[in-house]
Design a protein around this ligand. Sequence first.
Ligand SMILES: Cc1cc2nc3c(=O)[nH]c(=O)nc-3n(C[C@H](O)[C@H](O)[C@H](O)COP(=O)(O)OP(=O)(O)OC[C@H]3O[C@@H](n4cnc5c(N)ncnc54)[C@H](O)[C@@H]3O)c2cc1C
Length: 415
Amino acid sequence: MRICVLGGGVIGVTTAYYLAREGHQVTLVERRENVAQETSHANGGQLSYSYVAPLADPSVLPKLPKWLFARDGALRFEPRLDLRQWRWCLQFLRACTRAQSRATTAELLGLGFLSQRLIHEIVDQEAFGFDYVRNGKLVVYRDAEGFAGARAQAAYQADLGCVQHALDGAACVALEPALAHIGEQIAGGIHTPGEEAADCDQFTRGLARAAARDGVAMQLGTEFLGLRTKGSEVLAAETSAGKIEADAYVVCLGFQSAALLASFGVQVPVYPLKGYSLTLPAARAPGAPRVSVTDSHHKIVYAPLGERLRIAGMVDIAGMSAHADEARIALLARQARETFPEAGDYGALQTWTGMRPATPDSKPVIGPTHYRNLWLNTGHGALGFTLACGSAKLLADLLADRELPLDAGAFAPNR
Ligand SMILES: Cc1cc2nc3c(=O)[nH]c(=O)nc-3n(C[C@H](O)[C@H](O)[C@H](O)COP(=O)(O)OP(=O)(O)OC[C@H]3O[C@@H](n4cnc5c(N)ncnc54)[C@H](O)[C@@H]3O)c2cc1C
């Protein structure tokens, strides 16, 4: 089959890779001059297969006013005259039920475990490096209530196959000595020894080379402009380099997916949640963590990537502009420095802004649309690197109409 994959982030590239391995003739269209130049470029680097619980959870409701109005909050809401923003927020609030949060956790764990198995295959089979490390992940809590909630979540997830351990504050510091500076403040932590970290940009570029080796035509520097349709069929993708005719089209356009498809009657419940990352070069042990750490209090993640430390956080619900807010970046840097003051030279920080393509229920949208040959693989929010391989494989299996590794209905566009 001739398949046109639209978008060259981690989702589009993994999709192209798995489709090419099935023998399809794949063309990937990306407007930038290289892959992974947008949200997949400098994200948190966490392969967080066991930390997939959705943001939409009843426990966030009482915290929302504080998060939204605190000056130093990790979450910031800037109201816009944009129906999509308000619709997304309402759908998010509606998803904040215990039953839905639990069901989503189970569904995303299934997709996460599938992704982990597939990343291990790539590590074994492909030659490129991407600063991949199996270093475990420690989520630390600075309040007893948060720690109690995390223990309850870990107990629920244990029945779903997760191996996680609750540690007290002293045990957290013993496991990751770089936490010593805030040791007194730590109420406890959840440690997941099997978690991994890696560089999403290097992974995506390496996999794009592997996909090209397997026959994928990379049309970089090419902008997707729209679809040419007839009835329930897509006839061609219109691009800045002319039309591309294929038997099937897969949309992996990240946070742009909704806007680019709306005029074709395809509703994609994706809205951007802006975030920031900092990269500390030459991060030195023992001042820099070697375990991936999440500081639940500030909602900041830390991952060692080779000799660098990647620091990521902040959620701004603030419209479609990827403009970098220097005040938010300064806040992130200050909180990181207060947590790991001896991790490296904070004067040499590299900064980055990215737009998480988020759905209200935190689940990606994978599957067919009302056009018989138009498919979606998008909406991976804060977990696109973690879930990329499983999502791409699921999409390839759906397209082939073969037996599926998990219940695809959970991720169906019309769920
Ligand atoms: C601060 C931050 C930290 C994060 N940390 C983590 C983490 O630790 N672990 C994790 O798993 N995930 C993390 N994520 C989430 C992850 O980065 C995203 O889910 C993932 O990158 C989304 O990939 P994508 O391919 O869907 O989108 P993108 O990477 O944005 O790719 C979409 C592509 O489509 C292209 N495109 C758009 N419009 C057009 C057009 N008209 N024509 C042609 N091409 C077009 C874009 O140029 C882009 O390359 C983080 C995100 C942020 C912002």
